[in-house]
Design a protein around this ligand. Structure first.
Ligand SMILES: [Zn+2]
Length: 354
């Protein structure tokens, strides 16, 4: 069977489609046919990854952490049946495990030795078949193939889970910085909470703008267009690290999902003194999140079911077959979410509305 992997010759890392033997299940393993694989910035960064991420000291890593698959084999007594669509959780507990991993809070691992399938120390889901412990499988419900969005949505579900108790005026004005997949999903969850949602990105037209407006949000090209302040801010762009305080109303809360990679050159670097004074005098809060755990996947699944299927489908701008995987790793202004199809059998199914 085919898989998408990065392989190292000891120096450089090369992506490519490789042949692997079909996996053999044991215990609570499901055998899953990979159908769709989502691509994000993490995958793009792995193309230049260090080999310390490769499992078992080997020379390759099967890529892919955003997956949607179909159960091919389920163990006796499984809660899953052949043909069920599932989405896998990415993290696994560290082998020790630490107190957080032992309690199931895999996203809060304390010793940093966690496994992330497709990212570090564990092979990913970018294969025609893979094994999945059924305890780490999420049912997609009515989402069908759009369940491919559950993994990225799990990150924003965690962000809003943090923000909800911190925001003084829930359901007020929300500002989403960045209109990529994470930003637009953060906007969806803000809308689900009744916020008046505003979205900022750099583009002036295209799917990011149309998806923002289709959600009922106000799209702004650049932050100069913004008026007033916001009760909840989600920074998904990495461009507003130092300026989030400028957007926050008294009693507001901000969640960082991205960190600085494209600094806003107009903003002076945020100092600890400025931050602490603003937080204290304004009764504001700032939090950050990375990764997600099973509970966030479950929440994401429910949140996505509240969105029109047509809107969710609109987030998937690029659909390419495995043999053209490189096309999914480019990212232009009109790309929101790129997905790779791992089977020919989908046909036009992905284009059908719910
Ligand atoms: Zn741990």
């Amino acid at each position: 069977m085919r898989a998408l992997a990065i392989t190292t010759d000891g120096e450089a890392v090369h992506p490519g489609v490789i042949e692997l033997p079909e996996p053999r299940p044991s215990g609570t393993d499901l055998v899953v046919d990979g159908l769709l694989l989502g691509v994000c910035g993490t995958d793009r960064s792995l193309m230049t990854a260090g080999t310390d991420r490769f499992p078992d000291g080997g020379n390759r890593l099967v890529l892919g952490h955003e997956s949607l698959g179909r159960v091919r084999h389920a163990p006796p007594g499984s809660r899953y049946s052949i043909g069920d669509l599932v989405v896998p959780v990415v993290r696994r507990p560290d082998p020790v495990p630490c107190a957080a991993c032992a309690a199931g809070d895999l996203d809060l691992c304390e010793n940093g030795r966690f496994i992330e399938r497709g990212i570090r120390a564990g092979h990913g889901y970018g294969a025609e078949q893979y094994l999945l412990d059924e305890n780490f499988a999420i049912p997609v419900g009515s989402l069908g193939l759009l369940g491919i969005l559950i993994e990225p949505a799990s990150i924003v579900a965690k962000a809003w889970e943090r923000l909800d108790p911190l925001v003084r005026r829930p359901g007020g004005r929300a500002l989403i910085l960045g209109a990529g997949p994470i930003g637009l999903l953060a906007a969806l969850l803000g809308r689900n909470r009744g916020y008046d949602v505003h979205i900022v990105d750099r583009v002036s037209h295209g799917p990011k703008v149309s998806q923002s407006r289709a959600l009922g949000a106000t799209y702004h090209r650049g932050s100069d267009e913004l008026e007033g302040r916001f009760d909840a801010v989600v920074e998904c762009s990495g461009a507003f690290t130092s300026s989030v305080l400028d957007f926050m109303a008294p009693g507001a809360a901000t969640c960082y999902i991205a960190h600085e990679h494209a600094p806003d050159t107009r903003a002076a670097a945020l100092t600890a003194a400025t931050l602490s004074e603003s937080l204290m005098r304004g009764n504001r809060a700032v939090v950050g999140v990375t990764s997600s755990s099973r509970s966030h996947f479950d929440t994401a699944q429910r949140e996505l079911e509240q969105a029109p299927g047509e809107w969710l489908r609109g987030l998937i701008t690029d659909v390419v077959p495995l043999e053209r995987f490189e096309d999914a790793f480019g990212s232009g202004p009109d790309t929101i979410k790129a997905v790779i199809t791992l089977t020919d059998e989908l046909g036009d199914e992905l284009y059908e509305r719910r």
